[in-house]
Design a protein around this ligand. Structure first.
Ligand code: GLN
Length: 534
């Protein structure tokens, strides 16, 4: 498709952050995709980090990883889950990437003596990247989510670039806003009016307004927004609270949002293909059978630090008609009070993580799971600690550890990958992205995946030290998956089949319509444990 026919939707957040722009963008992606269009998201992030790889989950939530190894904003997780499609790093445009390119170009003298400016050099670079992403993905429609809130210094240059883009291309702007009600029946539209005026002062005219709200919009509120924001009242939509994000596309469609967009962008009527999505969304609501799962983490006070793990449980729960009840447990809570606090749960997850804090608590939780026949799922660091626990408590190597936490351990059962030994830079230097693994037949991992060759995404520096694997295996730990050539341990499990773990992050590829096989396998185990505990 030529760029002249490609269409663009730009999603702007106004008034405040945290309104769920990512979920709205994902819902738009979904409603357009099911009508047979190729639709691809682009995310603008104004921060000066090149990518999210160096960001602490405490400040920024989960770091999401794409197949190509890009470490991106967690909104990409939502996009992929709603689209059921893997995206690439060209879809992520950050302030850091832009300025890096511009400054490198300047140093090479490529601006031919000109002073380098925000307009046109930076804005041109943004437009170039957007157009290139369209060409590379061959998308019919690009949906661009502008990170941050209109009025922030950080995203001003992105907005200017979009204003310019709308001059040459067909661009539809959508404003997401918040209508607060002081008391029931008293919605306040003034902040929306001011925010809209701010957007219009930038030369951008939103044609659609979506309102997060305390109560459904009453007629008077719509009239006011319509009048002051110079917008057709039919194009003002409720963006209500939904108890599952997967319900939002249908909630918005019912109000006519897709038809409105289709009319404005002159999209043809196409057959709608909803697939298994609708059935699974219903299952999320209907499932009655509860199972208790504990996630032992170190960023548990942050809402978004483990979002992909949470969603992978929702997906596998929907397939199995289960309601997984997830409790977050701080690892150092276990260090203080012992692993007995986990006695009421049927399954235990130790997710990925970095740094020493909480490690001993995680190891105790794994020991508790192994000795008390609980279901266990180890993800990346979780698998590494499963190996450490086994070495310490089954092989009797009491001071076994990962060299990430104890450089001088006599039993370094987890050690840096050889290619990591000389790396000093932090950003983008881990073993990142999709790597293949080969699964051993007759293991629980094989039962979960149903095939030998698989591919999952990675983000780590350490691995199981090859010289210890034979001894560990002899004592009963099963290494059920390995990398095809390098013999990196990719998966491990206990003989009782209740404990499974992987060096990868299968949660990153879990989708409602295609749940991660290891999570489904884990939940099946959780059900087994629940039955046995009765
Ligand atoms: N810190 C460990 C490593 O670098 C585990 C990383 C993770 O859990 N993502 O190998």
């Amino acid at each position: 498709m030529s760029s002249s026919k490609r269409k663009y939707i730009v999603v702007l957040g106004s008034i405040m952050s945290g309104l769920g722009k990512g979920i709205v963008t994902s819902s738009l992606l979904r409603m357009i995709k099911i009508r047979g269009y190729d639709v691809v998201p682009i995310k603008f992030d104004g921060y000066l980090n090149v990518d999210c790889g160096t960001m602490n989950p405490f400040r920024h939530g989960e770091v999401f990883v794409l197949d190509d190894g890009a470490e991106v904003d967690m909104d990409f997780g939502t996009y992929e889950r709603f689209l059921n499609k893997s995206l690439s790093s060209i879809c992520s445009i950050t302030g850091g990437k832009l300025f890096k390119t511009i400054l490198e170009k300047e140093r090479r003298g490529e601006y031919l003596g000109r002073d380098v400016q925000f307009i046109p050099h930076l804005t041109d670079e943004i437009k170039k990247r957007v157009l290139e992403a369209g060409e590379q993905t061959k998308a019919d429609i690009l949906i661009i989510e502008v990170g941050g809130t209109v009025g922030d210094l950080e995203n001003g240059y992105f907005l200017e670039a979009m204003r310019q883009l709308s001059h040459d291309e067909e661009v539809l702007f959508l404003q997401l806003t918040y209508v607060h009600s002081l008391s029931k029946g008293e919605p306040k539209t003034k902040p929306t009016q001011h925010a809209n005026r701010l957007i219009q002062s930038l030369g951008i005219k939103p044609e659609i307004i979506l309102c997060r709200e305390d109560e459904p919009l009453i007629k008077e509120a719509k009239e006011k927004i319509g009048l002051y924001c110079n917008i057709n009242q039919e194009s003002i939509y409720d963006d209500p609270y939904v108890n599952s994000v997967y319900k939002l596309p249908a909630t918005l469609e019912k109000q006519g949002l897709y038809d409105d967009i289709a009319k404005r962008l002159r999209l043809r009527k196409k057959e709608v293909k909803v697939g298994k999505w609708r059935k699974y969304v219903k299952n999320i609501d209907r499932a009655k059978k509860e199972v208790n799962i504990a996630l032992i983490g170190k960023y548990t006070s942050v809402k978004d630090a483990y979002v992909s793990v949470e969603e992978a449980l929702v997906h596998s729960g929907a397939t199995l008609n289960l309601k997984p009840k997830l409790t977050f447990v701080e690892a150092n809570e276990i260090e203080k009070n012992g692993a007995e606090i986990l006695k009421d749960c049927h399954g235990i997850i130790v997710p990925g993580g970095f740094g020493k804090r909480g490690i001993e608590g995680k190891i105790s939780a794994i020991e508790y799971a192994r000795k008390n026949n609980k279901a266990f799922l180890g993800l990346c660091l979780g698998m590494q600690m499963m190996v450490v626990e086994y070495a310490r408590n089954v092989l009797g190597w009491k001071s076994a550890n990962s060299t990430e936490f104890d450089k001088n351990t006599p039993y370094p059962v987890i050690d840096l990958l050889p290619e990591q030994q000389r790396i000093v830079e932090k950003g983008g230097t881990m073993r990142l992205g999709a790597y293949p693994a080969v699964i051993k037949k007759e293991t629980y991992a094989y039962e979960c995946y149903g095939k030998e060759q698989i591919e999952e995404r990675h983000r780590h520096r350490y691995e199981v030290t090859p010289r210890y694997t034979e001894k560990l295996e002899k004592e009963g730990l099963i290494f059920s998956g390995r990398s095809p050539k390098k013999q990196i341990v990719e998966m491990a499990e206990w003989k009782n089949r209740l404990g499974i773990a992987t060096q990868a992050h299968p949660e990153l590829k879990s989708r409602l319509e295609e749940p991660a096989p290891l999570f489904v396998g884990f939940l099946r185990n959780v059900v087994r444990v629940k039955k046995l505990s009765r």
